[in-house]
Design a protein around this ligand. Sequence first.
Ligand code: ZN
Length: 292
Amino acid sequence: MSLESERFNRQIAIFGARGQEKIHSTKVVLVGFGGLGTFVLPQLCLLGVKHLTVVEHETFSSTNRNRYMGFLHSDFDAEQGIGIDKVVVAERIAKGIDPEIDITLIKNKLESREAFDAIAKSDIVVGCLDSDGARSILNELCIAYGVTYIDLASEVFENGTFGGRVAVVKDGTGCLHCMGDSLDQTEVRRYLANDTQLENEARVYGVEKESLAIGSGPSVVDLNGIIASLGVQEFKLLITDPQNSSRYLNYRGHLKIISKVSVDQHSNCYCCSLFKKKEAANVWRYLKAVNC
Ligand SMILES: [Zn+2]
């Protein structure tokens, strides 16, 4: 037995050599390497993903240091007040697990030509975003190009409740707009608005424009780990045992409950109607908004 097959011996016992081969050959894009993404990436590499693209434009910040798995104390320069590029750590972790992995790093926003290109050519996208606006764009892009999209979200509320969810968008039969209660439409609208529109809205509410931007809410390591692992579990099942995969899992942490939410797969959703329409879906219009 070769060293490589020995490496996967324990899981080939679960889903077979054919399942392992499928994981090896799947082209995966991870969008967002933050609290959730840092838990997802090493698990994908340990499962045996061989073709991985990571999209992340930020650097490691001081407030990230309570929850980023795989980042080191030295990755943040306290004297200078700046941290390492997050994608550099993504590569360090991936190649540390598998030196042979084919990994592409995109240090750019989701709304960039190179990210859109990589996503349109991929098989599965795992979204680890903290903005419903970005989720909305990724949702539409994946539907238009027939790419399966696993969206992860964790949330801690001020009243002490916390939890998250895993939503799987695929086949044009249910997306983040029509499944469950997946997107905050006000947040989506504000994300897509231009400066003038935001200034007008701020004037209406009598608040500063900055207060309408996506906030940096509370976030904690254990919750991210649970949601990330639920998402990777669905990733594994989608590839090796699709009959047992789910479309929507809801986690209510304060109640210790994970529930499978049933999804109406025959909605009249506009986004779902764009399934595999590719260029005709015109999702590339989002690039113009950020001058890419
Ligand atoms: Zn839909």
